[in-house]
Design a protein around this ligand. Structure first.
Ligand code: 13P
Length: 258
């Protein structure tokens, strides 16, 4: 079965007030909804999830959150659980490098593993982010870092559950820098390190079934190059996803596959 491409928009800490989020969504909603052959996910800040959910109701655009805590509830001031998100969203980004970098305890490999298990347990689809930093890249440690993150995050996750996950290879040095990986490099790391780790954990069939995105300085100009790569099943887009021409980016992504 060919893997259906999936494009996800990570709004990060932007468009967090109802008025601005709704105004932006009204600009892109119809255009996005007309695009075929691609799964689409918007991941706005928590504060506007309800407002956006209400406007996505009759579209084929899915909703995701940008993080979640693994505990279902309790004394965790400021946290949001996968259980709380489950009724509202279909997806949740987990292990984003912007969080891994600054929150050692809540974003350690074991913590991310607990988040993945909790999300799957509540019927959410994790968008699990992995990627090496510049130093690791220059030291030739990309494969070791990326495959290690994949294996740690999926420890104890059953093959059928793992197949539901979306993985996103986001080299940290490419995020928000304007310096994307080359499509060939993204393709190589996803094939070798991401699918390689999945194959070690689950065997070839599962490794070939899981959808893996590329993320890091994706633009309307460079998306066709990534989509042309056989290992790349879509993109996780940051900065370019909060501009009205995100619709053009999504169209270009779909066209590159049709
Ligand atoms: P940019 O597209 O802004 O580089 O961000 C990528 C990212 O972090 C998506 O999760």
């Amino acid at each position: 079965m060919p893997r259906k491409p999936i494009l996800a928009a990570n709004w990060k800490m932007n468009l967090g007030r109802d008025e601005e989020a709704i105004a932006f969504l009204r600009k892109i909603r119809r255009g996005l909804n007309e695009i075929e052959g691609l799964d689409l996910v918007l991941c706005p800040p928590f504060t506007v999830l309800y407002a956006i959910a209400a406007l996505l109701g009759r579209t084929r655009i899915a909703l995701g959150a940008q993080d979640a805590h693994w505990e279902p509830g309790g004394a965790h001031t400021g946290e949001i659980s996968t259980a709380m998100l489950a009724r509202l969203c279909q997806y949740v980004i987990l292990g984003h490098s912007e969080r891994r970098a600054t929150r050692s305890e809540l974003e350690s490999d074991p913590a991310i593993n607990r988040k993945v298990q909790a999300a799957l347990g509540h019927g959410l689809t994790p968008i699990l982010c992995v990627g090496e930093n510049l130093e690791q890249n220059r030291a030739g440690r990309t494969d070791e870092i990326v495959s290690g993150q994949v294996k740690a995050a999926l420890a104890g996750v059953a093959p059928k559950q793992a197949e539901r996950c979306i993985l996103a290879y986001e080299p940290i040095w490419a995020i928000g820098t304007g310096e994307a990986a080359t499509p060939a490099d993204a393709n190589r790391v996803i094939g070798l390190s991401v699918r390689g780790a999945l194959a070690e954990l689950y065997g070839e069939d599962t490794a070939l079934a899981v959808r893996v995105q590329y993320g890091g300085s994706v633009t309307v100009e460079n998306i066709p190059g990534f989509m042309a790569m056989p290992e790349v099943d879509g993109a996780l887009v940051g900065g370019a996803s909060i501009r009205p021409d995100f619709v053009d980016l999504a169209r270009a992504a779909a066209a590159a596959r049709s």
